[in-house]
Design a protein around this ligand. Structure first.
Ligand SMILES: O=C[C@H](O)[C@H](O)COP(=O)(O)O
Ligand SMILES: C=C(OP(=O)(O)O)C(=O)O
Length: 359
Protein backbone atom coordinates (compact mmCIF):
# COMPACT_ATOMS: atom_id res chain seq x y z
CA UNK A 1 0.00 0.00 0.00
CA UNK A 2 1.33 3.39 -1.01
CA UNK A 3 1.87 5.39 2.14
CA UNK A 4 1.32 8.65 0.20
CA UNK A 5 -2.08 7.71 -1.27
CA UNK A 6 -4.78 10.26 -0.51
CA UNK A 7 -8.06 9.07 1.07
CA UNK A 8 -9.84 9.90 -2.22
CA UNK A 9 -7.77 7.20 -3.93
CA UNK A 10 -8.94 4.39 -1.70
CA UNK A 11 -12.04 2.27 -1.96
CA UNK A 12 -14.37 1.61 0.98
CA UNK A 13 -12.34 -1.46 1.84
CA UNK A 14 -9.28 0.78 1.95
CA UNK A 15 -7.65 -0.97 -1.04
CA UNK A 16 -5.79 1.42 -3.30
CA UNK A 17 -7.74 2.07 -6.48
CA UNK A 18 -5.71 1.75 -9.66
CA UNK A 19 -7.90 4.26 -11.49
CA UNK A 20 -6.75 7.83 -11.97
CA UNK A 21 -7.38 9.42 -8.59
CA UNK A 22 -7.71 12.89 -10.11
CA UNK A 23 -10.69 12.06 -12.38
CA UNK A 24 -13.92 13.46 -11.01
CA UNK A 25 -16.33 12.04 -13.61
CA UNK A 26 -16.48 10.20 -16.87
CA UNK A 27 -19.23 10.05 -19.44
CA UNK A 28 -19.74 7.52 -22.22
CA UNK A 29 -19.24 8.63 -25.81
CA UNK A 30 -21.23 7.28 -28.74
CA UNK A 31 -19.45 4.45 -30.55
CA UNK A 32 -17.80 5.28 -33.88
CA UNK A 33 -20.05 2.65 -35.52
CA UNK A 34 -23.20 4.33 -34.14
CA UNK A 35 -22.25 7.73 -35.53
CA UNK A 36 -21.14 6.23 -38.83
CA UNK A 37 -24.57 4.58 -39.04
CA UNK A 38 -26.65 7.61 -38.06
CA UNK A 39 -24.61 10.06 -40.17
CA UNK A 40 -23.91 7.65 -42.99
CA UNK A 41 -22.03 8.02 -46.26
CA UNK A 42 -24.17 6.72 -49.12
CA UNK A 43 -22.61 5.16 -52.21
CA UNK A 44 -22.70 8.43 -54.22
CA UNK A 45 -20.93 10.38 -51.48
CA UNK A 46 -18.49 7.51 -50.92
CA UNK A 47 -17.59 7.52 -54.60
CA UNK A 48 -17.13 11.31 -54.53
CA UNK A 49 -14.78 11.11 -51.52
CA UNK A 50 -12.77 8.30 -53.15
CA UNK A 51 -12.36 10.45 -56.29
CA UNK A 52 -11.42 13.53 -54.28
CA UNK A 53 -8.77 11.62 -52.31
CA UNK A 54 -7.39 10.36 -55.59
CA UNK A 55 -7.38 13.90 -57.05
CA UNK A 56 -5.42 15.18 -54.01
CA UNK A 57 -2.96 12.29 -54.33
CA UNK A 58 -2.46 12.89 -58.05
CA UNK A 59 -1.42 16.49 -57.36
CA UNK A 60 0.97 15.34 -54.64
CA UNK A 61 2.42 12.71 -57.00
CA UNK A 62 2.96 15.26 -59.78
CA UNK A 63 0.38 13.61 -62.08
CA UNK A 64 -1.97 16.64 -62.06
CA UNK A 65 -0.45 20.10 -62.31
CA UNK A 66 -3.26 21.95 -60.55
CA UNK A 67 -2.59 23.65 -57.22
CA UNK A 68 -4.00 21.98 -54.11
CA UNK A 69 -5.31 24.67 -51.72
CA UNK A 70 -6.44 23.73 -48.21
CA UNK A 71 -8.50 26.73 -47.18
CA UNK A 72 -10.99 27.63 -44.49
CA UNK A 73 -11.37 28.72 -40.89
CA UNK A 74 -8.58 28.18 -38.39
CA UNK A 75 -11.21 26.36 -36.32
CA UNK A 76 -14.91 25.68 -36.51
CA UNK A 77 -16.96 27.02 -33.63
CA UNK A 78 -20.27 27.76 -35.39
CA UNK A 79 -21.46 25.06 -37.83
CA UNK A 80 -23.96 27.49 -39.47
CA UNK A 81 -21.20 29.94 -40.35
CA UNK A 82 -19.05 27.02 -41.56
CA UNK A 83 -21.84 25.90 -43.89
CA UNK A 84 -22.28 29.42 -45.27
CA UNK A 85 -18.53 29.40 -45.91
CA UNK A 86 -18.81 25.95 -47.56
CA UNK A 87 -21.58 27.18 -49.88
CA UNK A 88 -19.40 30.07 -50.99
CA UNK A 89 -16.31 27.90 -51.41
CA UNK A 90 -18.24 25.28 -53.40
CA UNK A 91 -19.39 27.99 -55.85
CA UNK A 92 -15.88 29.45 -56.13
CA UNK A 93 -14.42 25.95 -56.61
CA UNK A 94 -16.46 25.54 -59.76
CA UNK A 95 -14.94 28.77 -61.14
CA UNK A 96 -11.30 27.86 -60.45
CA UNK A 97 -11.39 24.08 -60.81
CA UNK A 98 -9.24 23.97 -63.95
CA UNK A 99 -6.28 25.44 -62.08
CA UNK A 100 -7.00 24.77 -58.40
CA UNK A 101 -8.36 21.97 -56.23
CA UNK A 102 -9.77 23.68 -53.11
CA UNK A 103 -10.20 21.51 -50.02
CA UNK A 104 -12.07 23.01 -47.06
CA UNK A 105 -10.47 23.17 -43.62
CA UNK A 106 -13.03 21.68 -41.21
CA UNK A 107 -10.84 21.78 -38.10
CA UNK A 108 -12.73 20.50 -35.06
CA UNK A 109 -9.72 19.89 -32.78
CA UNK A 110 -7.15 22.57 -31.88
CA UNK A 111 -3.74 21.83 -30.43
CA UNK A 112 -2.91 24.59 -27.93
CA UNK A 113 0.48 26.00 -27.05
CA UNK A 114 -0.57 25.99 -23.40
CA UNK A 115 -4.29 26.06 -22.68
CA UNK A 116 -7.28 27.41 -24.54
CA UNK A 117 -10.49 26.31 -26.25
CA UNK A 118 -9.74 22.93 -27.86
CA UNK A 119 -12.32 22.94 -30.62
CA UNK A 120 -15.84 21.94 -31.55
CA UNK A 121 -15.25 18.25 -30.84
CA UNK A 122 -14.24 19.05 -27.26
CA UNK A 123 -16.42 21.97 -26.28
CA UNK A 124 -19.19 22.71 -28.79
CA UNK A 125 -21.00 25.09 -26.44
CA UNK A 126 -17.86 27.24 -26.09
CA UNK A 127 -18.37 27.54 -22.36
CA UNK A 128 -15.97 25.01 -20.90
CA UNK A 129 -18.77 22.50 -20.28
CA UNK A 130 -16.96 20.07 -22.61
CA UNK A 131 -19.94 18.24 -24.09
CA UNK A 132 -17.84 15.83 -26.16
CA UNK A 133 -20.69 13.48 -27.18
CA UNK A 134 -22.41 16.51 -28.75
CA UNK A 135 -19.06 17.78 -30.08
CA UNK A 136 -18.16 14.65 -32.02
CA UNK A 137 -21.71 14.30 -33.34
CA UNK A 138 -21.73 17.92 -34.58
CA UNK A 139 -18.25 17.44 -36.04
CA UNK A 140 -19.30 14.42 -38.08
CA UNK A 141 -22.57 16.08 -39.14
CA UNK A 142 -20.69 19.16 -40.29
CA UNK A 143 -18.04 17.24 -42.25
CA UNK A 144 -20.81 15.20 -43.85
CA UNK A 145 -22.70 18.37 -44.81
CA UNK A 146 -19.56 19.99 -46.25
CA UNK A 147 -18.73 16.86 -48.26
CA UNK A 148 -22.35 16.69 -49.44
CA UNK A 149 -21.87 20.17 -50.95
CA UNK A 150 -19.26 18.58 -53.19
CA UNK A 151 -16.20 19.86 -51.31
CA UNK A 152 -13.28 17.69 -50.22
CA UNK A 153 -12.81 17.92 -46.44
CA UNK A 154 -9.52 18.52 -44.59
CA UNK A 155 -8.86 18.36 -40.88
CA UNK A 156 -6.06 18.07 -38.37
CA UNK A 157 -6.26 14.74 -36.51
CA UNK A 158 -5.03 15.34 -33.00
CA UNK A 159 -6.67 12.75 -30.72
CA UNK A 160 -6.10 9.34 -32.39
CA UNK A 161 -9.29 8.03 -30.70
CA UNK A 162 -11.35 10.52 -32.71
CA UNK A 163 -10.14 9.28 -36.09
CA UNK A 164 -12.66 6.41 -36.47
CA UNK A 165 -15.51 8.92 -35.99
CA UNK A 166 -14.36 11.11 -38.86
CA UNK A 167 -11.75 9.53 -41.13
CA UNK A 168 -14.13 8.14 -43.77
CA UNK A 169 -15.15 11.73 -44.61
CA UNK A 170 -11.64 13.13 -45.06
CA UNK A 171 -9.77 13.80 -48.28
CA UNK A 172 -6.69 15.38 -46.69
CA UNK A 173 -5.34 15.23 -43.14
CA UNK A 174 -2.84 17.39 -41.28
CA UNK A 175 -0.61 16.21 -38.50
CA UNK A 176 0.19 19.47 -36.77
CA UNK A 177 3.45 21.13 -35.81
CA UNK A 178 3.00 20.05 -32.19
CA UNK A 179 2.48 16.35 -33.00
CA UNK A 180 4.55 15.60 -36.11
CA UNK A 181 7.25 14.06 -33.93
CA UNK A 182 4.76 11.85 -32.08
CA UNK A 183 4.98 8.14 -32.85
CA UNK A 184 1.22 7.74 -32.22
CA UNK A 185 0.40 10.30 -34.90
CA UNK A 186 2.83 8.76 -37.36
CA UNK A 187 1.20 5.36 -36.76
CA UNK A 188 -2.23 6.92 -37.22
CA UNK A 189 -1.10 8.52 -40.51
CA UNK A 190 0.18 5.12 -41.67
CA UNK A 191 -3.37 3.78 -41.36
CA UNK A 192 -5.25 6.53 -43.23
CA UNK A 193 -6.57 6.27 -46.77
CA UNK A 194 -6.35 10.05 -47.25
CA UNK A 195 -3.13 11.94 -47.99
CA UNK A 196 -1.41 13.36 -44.92
CA UNK A 197 0.60 16.59 -44.60
CA UNK A 198 3.15 16.67 -41.78
CA UNK A 199 3.86 20.20 -40.56
CA UNK A 200 7.40 21.16 -39.66
CA UNK A 201 7.87 21.57 -35.89
CA UNK A 202 7.03 24.86 -34.14
CA UNK A 203 10.82 25.27 -33.75
CA UNK A 204 11.09 25.34 -37.55
CA UNK A 205 12.71 21.88 -37.70
CA UNK A 206 11.73 20.32 -41.04
CA UNK A 207 13.63 17.06 -40.50
CA UNK A 208 10.99 15.81 -38.01
CA UNK A 209 8.36 16.07 -40.76
CA UNK A 210 10.60 14.15 -43.17
CA UNK A 211 11.17 11.50 -40.48
CA UNK A 212 7.38 11.38 -39.99
CA UNK A 213 6.84 10.68 -43.70
CA UNK A 214 9.31 7.84 -43.52
CA UNK A 215 7.62 6.39 -40.41
CA UNK A 216 4.10 6.75 -41.86
CA UNK A 217 5.04 5.03 -45.11
CA UNK A 218 5.90 1.96 -43.04
CA UNK A 219 3.41 -0.71 -41.91
CA UNK A 220 2.77 -0.65 -38.14
CA UNK A 221 1.08 -2.62 -35.44
CA UNK A 222 -0.66 -0.09 -33.25
CA UNK A 223 -3.03 0.21 -30.32
CA UNK A 224 -6.41 1.44 -31.56
CA UNK A 225 -10.13 1.55 -30.81
CA UNK A 226 -12.29 -0.20 -33.40
CA UNK A 227 -15.68 1.00 -34.64
CA UNK A 228 -17.39 -0.92 -31.79
CA UNK A 229 -15.25 0.90 -29.23
CA UNK A 230 -13.14 -2.17 -28.46
CA UNK A 231 -9.40 -1.85 -27.92
CA UNK A 232 -7.66 -3.65 -30.75
CA UNK A 233 -4.22 -4.31 -32.09
CA UNK A 234 -4.48 -2.80 -35.54
CA UNK A 235 -2.19 -3.51 -38.46
CA UNK A 236 -1.67 -0.52 -40.73
CA UNK A 237 -0.52 -0.87 -44.30
CA UNK A 238 1.63 2.28 -44.44
CA UNK A 239 0.61 5.48 -46.22
CA UNK A 240 2.54 6.34 -49.40
CA UNK A 241 0.65 9.65 -49.80
CA UNK A 242 2.35 11.98 -47.35
CA UNK A 243 4.20 15.28 -47.70
CA UNK A 244 5.80 18.10 -45.76
CA UNK A 245 3.99 21.33 -44.92
CA UNK A 246 6.29 24.32 -44.41
CA UNK A 247 4.64 26.55 -41.78
CA UNK A 248 7.61 28.55 -40.49
CA UNK A 249 8.90 28.27 -36.95
CA UNK A 250 9.58 30.42 -33.91
CA UNK A 251 8.01 33.41 -35.62
CA UNK A 252 10.30 33.06 -38.66
CA UNK A 253 9.04 32.11 -42.14
CA UNK A 254 10.36 29.18 -44.17
CA UNK A 255 8.56 29.61 -47.51
CA UNK A 256 11.27 31.48 -49.44
CA UNK A 257 13.18 29.83 -52.28
CA UNK A 258 16.25 28.97 -50.20
CA UNK A 259 14.04 27.29 -47.57
CA UNK A 260 12.17 25.38 -50.24
CA UNK A 261 15.42 24.30 -51.94
CA UNK A 262 16.83 23.02 -48.68
CA UNK A 263 13.61 21.13 -47.77
CA UNK A 264 13.48 19.54 -51.24
CA UNK A 265 17.15 18.52 -50.98
CA UNK A 266 16.57 16.92 -47.57
CA UNK A 267 13.44 15.14 -48.86
CA UNK A 268 15.34 13.78 -51.86
CA UNK A 269 18.21 12.61 -49.67
CA UNK A 270 15.70 10.75 -47.48
CA UNK A 271 14.11 9.18 -50.58
CA UNK A 272 10.80 10.94 -49.88
CA UNK A 273 8.29 12.81 -52.06
CA UNK A 274 9.83 16.27 -52.67
CA UNK A 275 6.46 17.91 -53.41
CA UNK A 276 5.47 20.37 -50.73
CA UNK A 277 2.68 22.43 -49.29
CA UNK A 278 3.35 25.92 -47.97
CA UNK A 279 1.12 27.08 -45.14
CA UNK A 280 0.68 30.80 -45.82
CA UNK A 281 -0.45 31.37 -42.22
CA UNK A 282 1.12 30.63 -38.80
CA UNK A 283 4.83 31.53 -38.53
CA UNK A 284 5.05 32.01 -42.31
CA UNK A 285 2.76 35.01 -41.88
CA UNK A 286 4.40 35.91 -38.57
CA UNK A 287 0.90 35.35 -37.11
CA UNK A 288 -0.45 38.32 -39.10
CA UNK A 289 -3.27 37.06 -41.33
CA UNK A 290 -2.80 39.99 -43.75
CA UNK A 291 0.63 38.62 -44.69
CA UNK A 292 -0.86 35.40 -46.11
CA UNK A 293 -1.27 37.09 -49.48
CA UNK A 294 2.44 38.01 -49.74
CA UNK A 295 3.41 34.41 -48.85
CA UNK A 296 1.02 33.04 -51.47
CA UNK A 297 2.31 35.40 -54.18
CA UNK A 298 5.94 34.53 -53.40
CA UNK A 299 5.22 30.80 -53.62
CA UNK A 300 3.34 31.22 -56.90
CA UNK A 301 6.26 33.23 -58.29
CA UNK A 302 8.68 30.45 -57.27
CA UNK A 303 6.45 27.96 -58.99
CA UNK A 304 6.26 30.10 -62.13
CA UNK A 305 10.05 30.35 -62.07
CA UNK A 306 10.19 26.56 -62.34
CA UNK A 307 9.90 25.06 -58.87
CA UNK A 308 7.41 22.34 -59.71
CA UNK A 309 7.69 20.89 -56.18
CA UNK A 310 5.46 23.65 -54.83
CA UNK A 311 2.16 21.91 -55.42
CA UNK A 312 0.00 23.01 -52.51
CA UNK A 313 -0.92 25.96 -50.29
CA UNK A 314 -2.81 26.43 -47.05
CA UNK A 315 -4.80 29.56 -46.20
CA UNK A 316 -6.68 30.45 -43.02
CA UNK A 317 -9.85 32.23 -44.01
CA UNK A 318 -13.32 32.85 -42.61
CA UNK A 319 -16.41 34.83 -43.59
CA UNK A 320 -15.05 37.94 -41.86
CA UNK A 321 -11.52 39.14 -41.17
CA UNK A 322 -9.59 38.85 -37.91
CA UNK A 323 -10.35 36.99 -34.73
CA UNK A 324 -12.35 37.46 -31.55
CA UNK A 325 -12.20 36.34 -27.94
CA UNK A 326 -14.71 33.73 -26.77
CA UNK A 327 -17.40 35.76 -25.02
CA UNK A 328 -20.63 33.85 -24.42
CA UNK A 329 -23.63 35.71 -25.93
CA UNK A 330 -21.41 38.36 -27.53
CA UNK A 331 -19.90 36.54 -30.48
CA UNK A 332 -19.55 38.10 -33.93
CA UNK A 333 -20.85 35.81 -36.68
CA UNK A 334 -18.27 34.27 -39.01
CA UNK A 335 -15.15 35.53 -37.16
CA UNK A 336 -12.43 33.12 -36.01
CA UNK A 337 -12.05 32.34 -32.31
CA UNK A 338 -8.53 30.96 -32.74
CA UNK A 339 -5.97 32.37 -35.23
CA UNK A 340 -6.92 35.47 -37.21
CA UNK A 341 -8.20 34.75 -40.71
CA UNK A 342 -8.58 36.68 -43.95
CA UNK A 343 -12.15 37.59 -44.97
CA UNK A 344 -14.21 35.77 -47.57
CA UNK A 345 -13.74 38.67 -50.03
CA UNK A 346 -9.96 38.45 -49.61
CA UNK A 347 -10.12 34.65 -50.00
CA UNK A 348 -12.03 34.97 -53.24
CA UNK A 349 -9.45 37.46 -54.56
CA UNK A 350 -6.56 35.23 -53.48
CA UNK A 351 -7.95 32.08 -55.08
CA UNK A 352 -8.81 33.89 -58.32
CA UNK A 353 -5.33 35.44 -58.42
CA UNK A 354 -3.78 32.02 -57.80
CA UNK A 355 -5.87 30.54 -60.61
CA UNK A 356 -4.72 33.31 -63.01
CA UNK A 357 -1.06 32.82 -62.08
CA UNK A 358 -1.35 29.06 -62.63
CA UNK A 359 -2.26 29.61 -66.30
O1 LIG B 1 -3.74 27.14 -35.60
C1 LIG B 1 -4.02 27.48 -34.50
C2 LIG B 1 -3.04 27.85 -33.49
O2 LIG B 1 -1.91 28.42 -34.04
C3 LIG B 1 -2.66 26.66 -32.66
O3 LIG B 1 -3.80 25.93 -32.35
C4 LIG B 1 -1.96 27.14 -31.40
O4 LIG B 1 -2.71 28.08 -30.81
P1 LIG B 1 -2.31 28.82 -29.46
O5 LIG B 1 -0.86 29.19 -29.55
O6 LIG B 1 -3.21 30.03 -29.49
O7 LIG B 1 -2.62 27.92 -28.35
C1 LIG C 1 -2.63 24.35 -35.63
C2 LIG C 1 -2.37 24.55 -36.90
O1 LIG C 1 -1.17 24.66 -37.45
P1 LIG C 1 0.27 24.34 -36.83
O2 LIG C 1 0.22 22.90 -36.43
O3 LIG C 1 1.16 24.62 -37.99
O4 LIG C 1 0.47 25.28 -35.70
C3 LIG C 1 -3.45 24.73 -37.90
O5 LIG C 1 -3.18 24.66 -39.12
O6 LIG C 1 -4.57 24.94 -37.46
Amino acid sequence: MNAHASPACTTVSNVLSVTNCHSATSQPLPLPAELRRSIAIDSTLGEQIAQQRHAVQRILNGQDDRLLVVVGPCSIHDPDAALEYADRLAALSDEVSEQILPVMRVYVEKPRTTVGWKGLAYDPDLDGSGDMPKGITLSRELMHAVASRGLPVATELLQPMLAPYLDDLLSWVAIGARTTESQLHRELASDLAAAVGFKNATSGDVQVAIDAMQAAAHAHQRFAIDSQGCPVMQESAGNPHTHVVLRGGHGEPNYQSHHVRSAVKALREAGQNPRLMVDCSHANARKDHRRQSEVMLDVLAQRKAGDANLVALMLESHLFEGKQALKPNAMRYGVSVTDACVSWEATERLLKTAAERMC
